[in-house]
Design a protein around this ligand. Structure first.
Ligand SMILES: Cc1cc2nc3c(=O)[nH]c(=O)nc-3n(C[C@H](O)[C@H](O)[C@H](O)COP(=O)(O)O)c2cc1C
Length: 166
């Protein structure tokens, strides 16, 4: 057991030193209320057709909504969205009061001023240990002219000055 815990700790440390972008993934629950959480397990999967994936913790309070919904929206965050990143990662119930959002024509809650948005149809839900992998096909997408928010060593921030070198 100690060995397993040690391995899990090293795993977490390595992942903490693996910089990523940050996203907020949203959907609507069965009552039509917006639901969302901060996610960095997001990855690009396929270009033809356009596909992405992300993983949700089986203990997430948002799990049922994402399992029931047939769609979700991934927002890649800009460096201006640090507050939103933490609001959607915390225990706060009313996360959407911290952002400006509107409903899309696909019926998904869209957070305004995000760097990019992928609206997706859920293609598969696969068990993966303590998480579920949600594979999605992109049905709509949009981009703004902004810089990304980065996640590294349990912190978020902008791209360091002077990088990338031109
Ligand atoms: C940078 C960052 C990345 C995260 N990535 C994920 C993720 O990929 N999947 C996930 O289920 N939770 C992820 N979380 C945690 C959820 O955002 C967090 O557990 C959730 O919003 C807490 O609410 P809940 O307890 O109501 O589920 C991440 C948190 C942070 C700060």
């Amino acid at each position: 057991m100690t060995k397993i815990l040690e391995k899990a700790n090293v795993f977490k440390k390595i992942m903490g030193l693996y910089p990523t972008g940050v996203t907020i993934v949203t959907t609507s629950d069965e009552k039509g209320n917006p639901v969302g959480l901060t996610v960095n397990s997001f990855a690009s999967v396929s270009i033809s057709p356009l596909m992405v994936l992300w993983c949700i913790d089986k203990n997430s309070s948002s799990l049922d909504a994402f399992l029931q919904a047939d769609k979700y929206a991934v927002h890649t965050l800009s460096e201006q969205q640090k507050e939103a990143c933490w609001a959607f990662a915390g225990k706060e119930k009313d996360r959407f009061s911290k952002v400006h959002w509107e409903s899309s024509s696909n019926g998904l809650p869209i957070i305004k001023d995000s760097l990019g948005v992928f609206e997706c149809k859920t293609v598969s839900k696969s068990e993966a240990g303590d998480h579920i992998i949600l594979l999605g096909e992109v049905i709509d997408l949009s981009i703004t002219d902004q810089s990304p928010l980065l996640y590294y060593n349990r912190n978020v921030g902008p791209i360091p000055e002077g990088w990338p070198e031109s």
